[in-house]
Design a protein around this ligand. Structure first.
Ligand code: CMC
Length: 427
């Protein structure tokens, strides 16, 4: 028998049976609940989507209470250990792990789409020297779409695939070229013989050497971080990608909107905010005073807490491990001692225990980036590069979902009732 929910409207005494599917009821099924026939009907009020599923998705599974994260059913721990970022991107986009031929074709295609149109350099050169890398990244994504006017044909599967390959490839070049521009370094062009992460390091750090050889430990660490950041179901930026994409705009414009959402300090900006916080704390001995301040409402413990995880973020565990591997090569980032002690104290503190606040992915990632010589302002860009595959997988899924339409929430109007315009001399 189909599961239903019976609702009694105490205003009218009427009873309604609403179907339950997958533990949810359709908000539209509430519309029939009315006191009078000419009324609009019942809605739900859910600012910040605290308890609303905005889509059905087969991409990423999170169990926030148990700290589980899976991409297409594969545990994040196994992917981080055994897979590569490009393989994971393929998995997110296509639903299955690629076979050898598919992976080789995919890697070849992404690798051969990393070059930017030379005219794009003028755009990058036109930013002020101190422009924030995320501002540059957002603008660059939007601008990139202007080079591919055909990208608006979003229902042409072949054309859509081409843009997906381009975007995943070119975000690395956009990020690296913008970085080189800020420090006045000549652009380092992509090297097709290197891996995705290795080539990104090449475009970032190549000096005068003929061939850049990435350190394999750092290359692998970056690739793992890319895997861990690739998707995270309906987070703020993915929601932006879907919402903006639902207007049927091209994926570059929707991607720019998603990147803008990621820029905020409560989302992808948190990894930068963590380092600033650790620098501000300055020493292990200053931690108790800092925690006291947080509990007193003076700011938040950045890199802690999550809307979905009410347990240790599984990504944070993996990032912490990777941090120590990276420090073997780069030398220890001195801020790690403050971070570890901060975590220890916070996890024993009633305030954090009661609110189920645990380290999230951003708590340790910045320490790795810093040890790898990425400037702090670039940390969110390092999140945006791999999240591009998640955004595109979610965007593609949305386009093929017959339930979806242009995203357009309702509101509860709280303004003035209708009134007549008053001439300015009578106000
Ligand atoms: N430090 C101190 N208190 C906190 C923190 C924190 N980091 N996070 C939440 N709280 C408290 C908050 O004050 C509230 O307390 P009370 O019930 O007394 O008012 C309670 O915990 C619930 O917080 P909330 O703001 O209602 O929770 P939310 O689900 O709306 O926010 C969050 C989630 C991630 C925005 C928030 O935990 C936060 O601001 N964390 C710091 C920023 C951060 O690390 N963001 C990265 C998130 S993970 C990666 C990503 O998404 O990009």
């Amino acid at each position: 028998m189909a599961e239903t929910l019976t609702i009694t409207d105490n205003r009218t005494g009427k009873t309604y049976d609403v179907p339950i599917n997958d533990g949810t009821i359709k908000a539209l099924d509430l519309r029939q609940i009315k006191v009078t026939d000419d009324e609009f009907g019942m809605m739900t009020y859910d600012p910040a989507f605290m308890n609303t599923a905005s889509c059905r998705s087969a991409i990423t599974f999170i169990d926030g209470d148990q700290g589980i994260l899976e991409y297409r059913g594969y545990p994040i721990e196994q992917l981080a250990e055994q897979s590569s970022y490009l393989e994971v991107a393929y998995l997110l986009l296509n639903g299955e792990l690629p076979n050898q031929t598919q992976l080789a074709e995919w890697q070849h295609s992404v690798t051969h789409h990393t070059i930017l149109n030379e005219n794009f350099r003028k755009l990058i050169d036109s930013f002020r020297y101190n422009a924030h890398p995320m501002g540059r990244f957002i603008a660059s994504l939007a601008a990139l779409g202007t080079f591919y006017p055909e990208s608006k044909n979003i229902f042409d599967a072949e054309c859509r695939q081409k843009q997906i390959h381009r975007l995943i490839a070119k975000v690395t070049t956009i990020a690296a070229f913008n970085y080189r521009s800020t420090i006045g370094m000549p652009y380092a062009y992509p090297d097709n013989e290197l891996s995705y992460a290795g080539n990104f390091l090449n475009m970032m750090y190549k000096m005068t050497e003929v061939k850049y050889t990435p350190n394999p430990v750092l290359e692998r660490a970056l690739d793992i971080l890319f895997i861990l950041h690739a998707d995270h179901e309906q987070n703020c930026s993915t929601n932006a990608m879907r919402a903006v994409g639902s207007s049927q705009v091209d994926p570059y414009s929707a991607g720019a909107a998603a990147a803008a959402a990621l820029y905020g300090p409560l989302h992808g900006g948190a990894n930068e905010a963590v380092i600033r916080m650790l620098l501000e704390i300055g020493s292990v001995s200053a931690i108790p005073e800092f925690i006291k301040g947080v509990k007193g409402g003076e700011g938040r413990l950045m890199g802690f807490g999550h809307r979905v995880y009410k347990n240790y973020d599984p990504r944070a565990k993996l990032v912490k491990q990777v941090a120590y591997e990276v420090f073997e090569v780069t030398g220890k980032n001195p801020l790690i001692d403050i971070a570890v002690e901060l975590e220890r104290i916070a996890l024993e503190d009633d305030y954090f225990i009661k609110r189920k606040l645990y380290p999230n992915v951003d708590f340790y990632s910045g320490l790795i980036y810093q040890a790898m010589r990425f400037p702090m302002e670039m940390f969110t860009v390092l999140f945006a590069i791999p999240r591009t595959s998640g955004w595109l997988a979610q965007w593609q899924e949305m386009l093929g979902d017959p339930d979806q339409k242009i995203a357009r929430p309702r509101q509860i109007y709280t303004g003035a009732p209708r009134r007549d315009y008053v001439a300015i001399d009578q106000r």
